[in-house]
Write a protein that binds this ligand. Structure first.
Ligand SMILES: [Zn+2]
Length: 412
């Protein structure tokens, strides 16, 4: 009797980051069942033809609730505080339907660019209340067929200076908030802000993801306090900081100490190239500093890092298509990464943010969900160099999108 194993789907001739020689990936029950060359079995087949298969991109830091605001904010050409003020004014008028509509636009673009996991920050304060939170919870539910969305609730405009914000944060953490964020630099008492966020994190047993050190003045920093709190509470591996642009202002000899500190305390760093490059260095009239912390160099020194989208089409960043491959290419270009470092740049939008988010079932490996995207290229470094099309994507073994390769029509 023929004992060929039956699978739901099989990807033929896929190159993966661990296998430059094409292999087959079999899927059963939404999970990866077997990875082997020339599998003999009964299943629907997709011939990947030597192209690169990835387990999807992981966006560890995005703001779905305040995306796509360009049409309603006029021409804002300022720094960080101008952007915060502009969004604070618009936020009062946000409705659940409005946040849902704008967020769904971005989430759909992320899906068709191959993102399979995402952590979105959601602003919680007395002006917006829980309206954005309710909208993003609905997005999480309605797009679960294509993407795993994790909600990080945070007070963008401060905590100790904003009566009512903490109570709302607690309400959100009781009702679906999965991570707690913060923004100490907008608080009148940054250390108390950090202390309160860590208190809530422990109380609800959630990870911490703070906006931190977002300027180019290295004479002061909140990083030491975050590392201290992380160690005090045994939170190593559960804390991330976004931006950390101050590190880009340090010469190599002064960068060593904070790098070692971050590595030792298990605090991860998320670099947000589009926003960091757009908002930093605005005092300069020429020789403008990039304000981009070199994530791949920090990784070499033991710090867990990711590169992420942050803002899309709003006063913080009036650009964006939610493509993490484009962001990694952009990062590699601006960071002047060498060809030998392109693989590390791809890690910054795949493996490393998955670790940062403590996702334990990510990757093309037997037993993991069959989250697979296929790129029109043949290796990790070429994905960064060529910015290839993402041709198709699968979530738990079900196809969620397809993109056709362009066709040329030369004259007959
Ligand atoms: Zn952010």
């Amino acid at each position: 009797m023929n004992a060929r194993p039956a699978f739901d789907l099989i990807f033929r001739n896929a190159v993966t980051r661990s296998s430059p020689t094409p292999i087959d990936i079999a899927v059963a029950g939404g999970k990866i069942a077997v990875i082997a060359p020339h599998l003999v079995c009964e299943a629907a087949e997709i011939d990947v033809a030597g192209r690169l298969a990835l387990p999807g991109f992981v966006d560890s830091h995005i703001h779905l609730d305040k995306a796509c605001l360009l049409g309603r904010c006029g021409h804002i050409q300022g720094g960080v505080s101008d952007a915060i003020r502009a969004v604070a004014a618009m936020k009062r008028d946000f409705t659940v339907e409005d946040v849902y509509a704008r967020g769904s636009k971005v989430i759909e673009r992320a899906i068709v660019h191959g993102t399979t996991r995402m952590r979105t920050h959601v602003e919680i304060d007395p002006r917006i209340g829980l309206r954005s939170f309710e909208a993003i919870k609905a997005l999480k539910r309605d797009y679960a067929w294509a993407i795993d969305l994790s909600l990080c609730v945070f007070p963008q405009e401060g905590l100790t200076n904003d009566p009512g914000a903490e109570e709302l944060l607690i309400a959100a953490l009781r009702d679906g908030g999965e991570v707690i964020g913060g923004c100490p630099y907008t608080d009148t008492d940054p250390d108390a802000h950090i202390e309160t966020i860590f208190n809530l994190a422990q109380q609800f047993d959630v990870d911490v993801d703070l906006h931190l050190d977002f300027d180019l003045d290295p004479s002061w920093s909140h990083m030491e306090e975050v590392c201290r709190q992380t160690e005090r509470r045994n939170y190593q591996g559960r804390v991330a900081i976004g931006h950390a642009t101050k590190l880009s202002a340090l010469p190599p000899d002064r960068l060593q100490a904070p790098t070692t500190r971050l590595a030792k305390s298990g605090v991860a760093v998320t670099v947000l190239p589009a926003t960091d490059l757009y908002l930093m260095g605005r005092d300069a009239t020429h020789n403008i500093p990039r304000g981009l912390t070199l994530a791949h160099r920090l990784v070499e020194n033991g710090v867990l890092c990711s590169v992420a989208t942050n803002n899309v089409l709003n006063p913080f960043t009036p650009f964006g298509d939610a493509s993490l491959l484009r962001m990694a290419n952009f990062y590699a270009n601006v960071a002047q990464a060498g060809i030998g470092e392109f693989d590390a740049c791809l890690d910054l939008v795949t493996e490393l943010p998955a670790r940062l988010m403590n996702l334990r079932d990510y990757g093309i490996a037997v037993g993991n969900p069959a989250d697979i995207v296929v790129l029109d290229t043949d290796s990790g470094p070429n994905a960064i160099a060529e910015l290839p099309e993402v041709l198709m994507g699968f979530k738990r073994g079900r196809q969620v999108f397809e993109r056709r390769r362009p066709t040329l029509f030369p004259p007959a």
